[in-house]
Design a protein around this ligand. Structure first.
Ligand code: NAP
Length: 279
């Protein structure tokens, strides 16, 4: 499944939407100097610039206090030039992540991690939903993968990927099983899957014997090793799977494209072109 090609097409559509809406502002806040986070932020800013979104790159020192970060977020919440806002995770240990996520204006919360947005998703009335899960759904749609009644296994239960993609699949009428580090006999569960989504962060956690012939496999993992970035699934799965997302070039580019789409959505909420619950 060519995520790069689909993401490129979507970015073209977004550029048109941005021209139609006028100035759109997206702010990212990075605390500390984690090299992987730095790379993601750079990719996001490059992509935003290419579609005409004004991206503001806010960097705070690794010793920033929780109060200082909250103050920064408050300023961005109040800033009329900023439509979308994300805080790059993980945050340093001295900062309470849930408190920070709760402080983001839900309308601007392009990562969909504010409890209001996450709750809306759980209730089946999605508002802002994280870019990675939305990108996965777009790939499945693009490749006409039938979801209704499909046996779907999601490996990983993080708030950023596993849980939200499970909810989106459930609302699309798939039958969803969620696995995690305590799952017994993971292979026995994954072999049941028509659609298998793997978001663990460990190279080779799923091998060719763990996949049913012809299954659709979405590899979310991005693991940095000596050979560059590799996914979570053993590449030999390509011989068994019907469809497979490559790493790189699968979910990664879709995440970036969908973040831009979420920024456009945030601009629509703020301009009242789209109704936001309770607003
Ligand atoms: P995370 O927060 O670390 O969550 C990992 C999940 O995997 C947890 O639920 C954990 O279970 C589960 N797990 C760990 N070891 C396991 C095992 N041996 N068997 C089954 N489940 C296991 O990770 P994340 O943020 O979701 O990210 C996962 C991967 O996706 C990472 O490689 C990350 O870099 C990548 N990622 C890629 C994109 C993209 O755009 N392509 C976006 C986001 C993340 P417990 O809950 O029991 O601990």
């Amino acid at each position: 499944m060519d995520g790069k090609a689909l993401a490129e097409r979507i970015r073209g559509e977004i550029a048109e939407e941005v021209r139609g809406l006028g100035e759109i502002g997206l702010a990212t806040v990075l605390v500390g100097d984690d090299p992987a986070s730095d790379t993601y932020i750079r990719l996001k800013h490059k992509a935003a610039g290419e579609v005409g979104i004004n991206a503001r790159d806010i960097r705070l020192a690794s010793h920033t206090t929780e109060e200082e970060l909250l103050e920064q977020i408050e300023q961005l919440n109040a800033d009329d030039a900023i439509d979308g806002l994300l805080v790059q995770l993980p945050l340093p240990d001295q900062i309470d992540e849930p408190r920070v996520l709760r402080s983001i204006d839900p309308k601007k919360d392009v990562d969909g991690l504010h409890p209001l947005n996450f709750g809306q998703l759980a209730l089946g009335r999605p508002t802002h939903v994280g870019a990675t899960p939305v990108g996965i759904m777009a790939l499945l749609e693009e490749y006409d993968v039938p979801l209704e009644g499909a046996r779907t296994v999601v490996v990983g239960r993080s708030d950023i990927v596993g849980k939200p993609v499970s909810l989106l699949l459930l609302h699309a009428n798939a039958t969803v099983t969620i696995c995690h580090s305590r799952t017994r006999d993971l292979g026995a569960v994954t072999r049941e899957a028509d659609i298998l989504v793997v978001a663990v962060g460990k190279a080779g956690v799923v091998g060719p014997d763990d996949v049913r012939e012809g299954a659709t496999v979405i590899d979310v993992g991005m693991n940095r090793g000596d050979d560059g970035v590799v996914g979570d699934v053993d590449p030999a799965i390509a011989d068994v799977a019907g469809l497979l997302t490559p790493v790189p070039g699968g979910v990664g580019p879709m995440t970036i494209a969908m973040l831009l789409r979420n920024a456009v959505r945030a601009a629509r909420y703020r301009r009242r072109l789209l109704a936001f619950p309770g607003a």
